[in-house]
Design a protein around this ligand. Structure first.
Ligand code: HEC
Ligand code: HEC
Length: 451
């Protein structure tokens, strides 16, 4: 009898104990899952090599005189892929992934739904939503939110990663900022037109540009992993921090982080502020079998570079001022892409004829600089990327005349506003800008408005 009471009491006690501990166990389990996911992501975003391939071609193609890259706001192929069937005839049933420029443009413009794997946390439904001005692939006014905080001088990302998605497919998957995440930044959507030519610039070319810069203005060539090459390091060139070196890697990152769609390169869903979103996600991972991210990458690789506006005598004088006062030290006017057949992206791509040995005028060195505008958020919250927290990639100025919100946060509303925000490594140049005559200043602005 006594024994029975005791054992019943023990049973109740056990039940009560488990009831109390269960939420703790579950929350530990969930945060355990989240942190192993964070760990996987961190490993994925750490380059496996720190010495980069010089990407120098052994072929004689290098000897040929380089040609100008084709330019146009036209959604006409640069020759990387065939143009393909009339764009207006394509729909979900007729478009064929990777067949042509128009097919890939269709994928880039396609609106993704929950059935396709959209979300649970996301920012927009298609790449085109944020990359459209003047044509598909261009820039836009859409900004995204990033946040984190410092503890003991070390940067920690907000619990769901530094990108805070602003839309969700379920209210419980929404991401909200906490007061603790007091390092906050908006970043505006940049242009991707002509990016195939940027991808085709060899590591050596970027390092040579860097070596030619005076030490006080010298940029940082940041080594980032090429995801499709299992993390082989390459000099980053895409994004406000140069956080990617390959367009396929960027496409996988954007598909996951802007749209919530997983792919073989990044198969783990984002959390919502660290909470697992599995209850709101019915599509199994990877949601894209890899064709979509290749189609996005190939679409961008096949776009022409942004074309110049009218080049008047005032514009030409303005470009001379730009070079004379030192803007062109960072905003480099002419770069030649690698020769045909050069192996790039950790050996996963060879430069095709359409992108090879072309002169482009991006007005960037694709290096990171401290011009006093850094947003405090490093590429990854790890020691090797700590020096990226307060540095930004020199913004390419091609297509500038089509943008009315400038700098990474989009808060400079005129070229003059943008120039006057340059401090740090650009302070000497900004001082020279301030000392220009009114005529020289207006020539400089005329030049910027021709880009
Ligand atoms: C919600 C808006 C949004 C959507 C949707 C979006 N992007 Fe972006 N994109 C951005 C922003 C913002 C950046 C800059 C991010 C940064 O550097 O922090 C960017 C940068 C890029 C860049 C780097 C461009 C350069 O030359 O530096 C590429 C490439 C890119 N996006 C491709 C894509 C692709 C492909 C998709 C679709 C899978 C996509 N983006 C969807 C907003 C968006
Ligand atoms: C030390 C390198 C450096 C020098 C010198 C420099 N810039 Fe920049 N520039 C940058 C960086 C880095 C950014 C991006 C900053 C950001 O977004 O926070 C930038 C951004 C810009 C932008 C905004 C572009 C956009 O798409 O938002 C303009 C315009 C610009 N620079 C013009 C100039 C002009 C004109 C000069 C000369 C008076 C100049 N810069 C000198 C590095 C430099």
């Amino acid at each position: 009898m006594t024994g029975a009471i005791t054992s019943r009491r023990v049973t109740w006690l056990t039940v009560a104990l488990i009831a109390c501990l269960l939420p703790l166990l579950v929350s530990d389990l969930v945060s355990g899952q989240a942190s192993s996911r964070d760990q996987r992501r961190r490993t994925r975003f750490t380059p496996t090599t720190t010495q980069v391939d010089p990407e120098v071609s052994s072929s004689l193609a290098a000897a040929a005189a380089p040609a100008q890259a084709p330019a146009g706001f036209s959604n006409v192929t640069n020759g990387f892929d065939p143009q393909g069937p009339d764009f207006n005839t394509l729909n979900e049933d007729t478009a064929v992934a990777l067949r042509s420029f128009n097919d890939n443009r269709f994928t880039f413009e396609e609106t993704e739904t929950v059935a396709d794997g959209l979300g649970p946390t996301y920012n927009a439904q298609s790449c085109r939503e944020c990359h459209q001005n003047i044509v598909t692939g261009g820039a836009s006014q859409v900004t995204v939110l990033r946040a984190g905080h410092l503890t003991g001088g070390q940067f920690f990302e907000s619990q769901g990663g530094s990108l805070i998605q602003s839309r969700a497919t379920h209210p419980d998957a929404s991401e909200n900022l906490t007061a603790a995440d007091n390092i906050r930044a908006f970043r505006i959507s940049p242009n991707t037109l002509g990016d195939g030519f940027i991808e085709a610039i060899s590591n050596t070319t970027l390092l040579n540009i860097r070596s030619a810069q005076p030490s006080t203005m010298r940029g940082v060539a940041v080594v980032v992993p090429v995801l499709e090459a299992n993390g082989v390091g390459r000099i980053g060139r895409f994004g406000w921090k140069g956080q990617h070196a390959s367009l396929e890697s960027f496409a996988a990152d954007a598909y996951l982080n802007e749209m919530g769609i997983t792919s073989p390169l990044l198969p783990d869903e984002n959390t919502a502020n660290g909470r697992d979103v599995a209850p709101y996600d019915t599509t199994s991972d990877p949601e894209d079998d890899g064709d979509d991210i290749k189609a996005f990458a190939n679409f961008m690789r096949a776009t022409m570079v942004p074309p110049r506006g009218a080049i008047t005598a005032t514009v030409t004088s303005g470009e001379q001022v730009f070079a004379r006062i030192g803007c062109a030290t960072c905003h480099v006017g002419s770069i030649t892409t690698a020769p045909a057949n050069t192996s790039i992206n950790g050996g996963t791509m060879v430069v095709p004829a359409a992108l090879a040995n072309k002169v482009i005028h991006p007005y960037s060195d694709f290096l990171l600089h401290d011009v006093g505008t850094g947003d405090g958020i490093p590429i990854q919250p790890t020691a090797e990327f700590a020096n990226t927290a307060n540095r930004m990639r020199t913004a390419p100025l091609w297509g500038l005349r089509t943008r009315n919100r400038m700098m990474h946060d989009g808060t400079a509303l005129t070229p003059e506003d943008a120039i006057l925000r340059h401090g740090g490594q650009a302070s000497g140049v900004t001082t020279r800008y301030r000392a220009l005559s009114a005529t020289e200043k207006s020539q400089l602005v005329a030049f910027l408005n021709s880009l």
